[in-house]
Design a protein around this ligand. Structure first.
Ligand code: ADP
Ligand code: MG
Length: 320
């Protein structure tokens, strides 16, 4: 017999993730989930939509879609220095395809367990194609969230991990090659299972002056910090960190500058606190690289290997 809406929720969504954290008084099953208010903490909320054909290829592995859907949301918490608490899921499905649902729910469950959070509610609807809406809830000690607005002239610009990998993966997404080499495997993993830098974001509270996660590309996302902080920046192009999969490729600098979907952190830190920030990252085993400096003049400039400085076009992914 075909699955009903509620049968589907029970079978594929109830119980996803780790056991509910303290403070989650009620999860799936009633009209609302209930959370106790947490003294001394602020609630951090963010929602993201993934649309089949726009954010992932319509035929993509549902397990990987589940992983990616939650991980990109967690990255927004990382960028604020917030700790994940729980999430809700509003999903539109073209049909009750059980093989799709079981893959998706396993992917979501694995990602949720990896970060210690549970699915506490949502909505299920039929519609023309897969649309996944995840609302993530986190908490951060009151007044300590990392904002985009705190960068000051002289601050050092730092990024975690490597840049441009997810952009390079786009060339292998649809159709995914049947025979893959280690490089393609690595790039596809970077695209589908980005690593939200939760630990690093939390460690940077009180140290970084501003932070953002790189979802639309370094130049576009750093541009948001510059705008909100009313400052400019010079980026050192040769310093941009590249993985083994991109090193030596002609497109690498462009991918690293404007490719989206890497979900690394870009943060600014006053020079006096730079050593502290790198030491904290090292303790977490997360590579970080200084890639430039915040300037008073409100322009985004790039210094190339030959020392020339040129304005940088802010070309990230734009929906409209
Ligand atoms: P309501 O109509 O009151 O909004 P629903 O009947 O849609 O509630 O959902 C019943 C319960 O199942 C609610 O607790 C809701 O949060 C949960 N739920 C529905 N869809 C999902 C989903 N995709 N993932 C997680 N929980 C869901
Ligand atoms: Mg209701």
């Amino acid at each position: 017999m075909a699955l009903t809406e509620f049968g589907l929720i029970d079978k594929y969504f109830r119980g996803i993730g780790a056991p509910p954290q303290a403070g989650i008084a009620l999860g799936i099953g009633d009209d609302c989930a209930l959370l106790d208010s947490m003294p001394g903490q602020q609630l951090a909320l963010s929602v993201d939509t993934l649309v089949a054909g726009v954010h992932f290829p319509a035929g993509a592995d549902p397990y990987l879609i589940g992983q990616r859907a939650l991980r990109v949301n967690l990255s927004d918490l990382a960028a604020m220095g917030a700790q994940p608490l729980a999430f809700t899921l509003a999903i539109t499905l073209p049909d009750a395809d059980e093989s799709w649902l079981s893959g998706f729910s396993r992917g979501l469950d694995d990602a949720a367990r990896a970060f210690g959070i549970s699915l506490i509610g949502g909505n299920t609807s039929s519609g023309p194609r897969h649309i996944i809406n995840i609302q993530i809830l986190g908490q951060v000690p009151s007044g300590q969230a990392l904002l985009r607005s705190g960068a000051r002239p002289g601050d050092v610009i730092v990024v975690s991990g490597t840049l441009g990998d997810a952009r390079a993966a786009l060339d292998h997404l649809a159709p995914a090659p049947a025979q893959r080499d280690a490089r393609q495997d690595y790039l596809l993993d970077r695209y589908y299972r980005p690593e939200p830098r939760i630990g690093l974001g939390a460690a940077l509270r009180g140290i970084a002056s501003a932070a953002i996660d790189i979802s639309d590309g370094l130049s576009a996302d750093l541009g948001h910090i510059l705008e909100r902080s009313e400052v400019g920046a010079v980026i050192d192009l040769p310093a941009l960190p590249l993985s083994f999969a991109l090193q030596g490729r002609a497109e690498a600098p462009a991918f690293a500058l404007s490719g989206g979907d890497d979900y690394e952190l870009c943060f600014t830190v006053p020079p006096a606190r730079l050593n502290k920030a790198t030491a904290l990252a090292a303790r977490l085993g997360i590579p970080v690289t200084a890639i430039g400096t915040i300037t008073e003049q409100r322009r985004l400039l790039a210094r190339s290997a030959d020392g020339h400085i040129n304005p940088l076009a802010q070309t990230g992914y734009r929906h409209f």
